[in-house]
Ligand binder design. Structure first.
Ligand code: IPM
Ligand code: MG
Length: 370
């Protein structure tokens, strides 16, 4: 069997520190479990801009397209606040999403039992929470044209972004949501703003039609996206899978993430369509958190979201379900032992840094494999 080609794009800020902890896990899996990962590395974000004047170079883009999976850290920081818009750090991530056609962004929001007290909501509201947000990632207002600032010539300017969705885009993302719901709680909540947006009217129609045609065994409900945000905070456990567009998904997934106690805990997967010949999907895995420039280089970053992103990679790109389950159990186990990075620290727990957290998770992972 050919080696499993992984491209690491650690990026900026805490990205490289968090990625280093994944690298240790990969090294162990190659040495002891004969997992046969071959690693490549590239630059994305501000570091790529510093090296090449672009947020990702053509050769790193080619590596991403050739890889079986890409692991992405984080991009951006104050150092690059004033670089031109087209080459800002985020442009590297957006280009990867677009060129790899990663239309399906899976953002689980699970509340680890050990962290139920760290949520800003009451413990009984979040304990046992397990939601999956399925965010459309290659369309909508992020990419719609025109997208510009127009000079109106009268001293006024006009900022324009375009929200646009075609039938096929809504069909394929809702298909992903229904398929995943079947493997979980069998319920999908679709969120849009059909009361003010034409794209919302179409979204609602196409999701309803897709459900009727192929997935009527799954429970479907519709919610206006603003009400959905309110319900997420009021009673999050009513949700199983939420499917929504690119912009609403961006906002709703941050809300859902915070319910769980820390943004530093949550992974995500961005998947393309299955290849017609091989059945393989292009895929990129990244933590939901950002580059946290305020703590970068201090050794305080929480590597859990990055490690959990690698667990999603094992699950979705390589079908290594046992290893993925074990890695996730290792994370939960370390939290049960009371180990905490600063962002999730609470009274009576043991505060540790990035490297110690990575070591503790690897030790648990090894013990579970033994
Ligand atoms: C995310 C981020 C990105 C987005 C930024 C960094 C472009 O907020 O992945 O949620 O808006 O999609
Ligand atoms: Mg976001």
């Amino acid at each position: 069997m050919a080696a499993k080609k992984l491209l690491l794009l650690p990026g900026d800020g805490i990205g490289p520190e968090a990625m280093a902890e994944v690298r240790k896990i990969v090294a162990y899996m190659n040495a002891e479990l004969k997992s046969d990962f071959s690693l490549e590395e590239g630059l994305v974000g501000g570091c790529a801009y510093d090296a090449h004047g672009k947020a990702i170079s053509e050769s790193d883009m080619a590596k991403a397209l050739a890889a079986d999976a890409v692991l992405f850290g984080a991009v951006g920081g104050p150092k690059w606040d004033s670089v031109p818009y087209d080459v800002r750090p985020e442009a590297g991530l957006l280009r990867l999403r677009k060129d790899m056609e990663l239309f399906a962004n899976l953002r689980p929001a699970i509340c680890y039992p050990a962290l139920a007290d760290s949520s800003s909501l009451k413990k009984e509201i979040v304990e046992g929470l397990d939601i999956l947000i399925v965010r459309e990632l290659t369309g909508g207002v992020y990419f719609g044209e025109p997208k510009e600032i127009r000079d109106l010539g009268n001293g006024q300017k006009r900022g324009i972004d375009t929200q646009v969705y075609d039938t096929y885009e809504i069909e394929r993302i809702s298909g992903v949501a229904f398929e995943l719901a079947r493997t979980r709680g069998n319920k999908v909540t679709s969120m849009e703003k059909r009361n003010v947006m034409k794209s919302g009217v179409l979204w609602n129609e196409v999701v309803t039609a897709t459900h009727k045609a192929k997935y009527s065994d799954v429970k479907l409900e519709h919610m206006l996206a603003d009400a959905g945000g309110m319900q997420l905070v009021r009673w999050p456990k009513q949700f199983d899978v939420i499917v929504t567009d690119n912009l609403f998904g961006d906002m709703l997934s941050d809300i859902a993430a915070m319910l769980t106690g820390s943004l530093g805990m949550l992974p995500s997967a961005s998947l393309g369509a299955p290849d017609a010949k091989t059945g393989k999907r292009k895929a990129l895995y990244e933590p939901v958190h950002g580059s946290a420039p305020d703590i970068a280089g201090t050794g305080a970053a929480n590597p859990i979201a990055m490690i959990a992103s690698f667990a999603m990679c094992l699950r979705y790109s390589f079908n290594m379900i046992t290893e993925a389950d074990r890695l996730e159990a290792a994370v939960a186990g370390v939290l049960d032992d009371g180990l905490r990075t600063g962002d999730i620290m609470s009274e009576g727990k043991t505060k540790i840094g990035t490297v110690e957290m990575g070591d503790a998770i690897l030790a648990k992972f090894k013990a579970l494999a033994a």
